[in-house]
Design a protein around this ligand. Structure first.
Ligand SMILES: [Zn+2]
Ligand SMILES: [Zn+2]
Length: 56
């Protein structure tokens, strides 16, 4: 499955490709977002500590 923020493939909660492979955080160069978003599958709500989570 792919990360909903950056589009990179993820396994569980970590990215498995790209410069941030092995990390939970998304590479801002891929996501176009500020640093702080986490690997999350399409259709899932953002979970703390992802910046997209409502209360983070
Ligand atoms: Zn990502
Ligand atoms: Zn998120």
């Amino acid at each position: 499955m792919n990360c909903k923020h950056c589009g990179r493939p993820i396994e569980g909660t970590v990215h498995i490709e790209g410069g941030y492979r092995g990390k939970q955080r998304c590479d801002p160069a891929d996501s176009g977002l500020s640093y702080g978003y986490n690997a999350e599958p399409e259709g899932d709500d953002c979970q703390d500590p992802c910046l997209g989570a409502p209360n983070s």
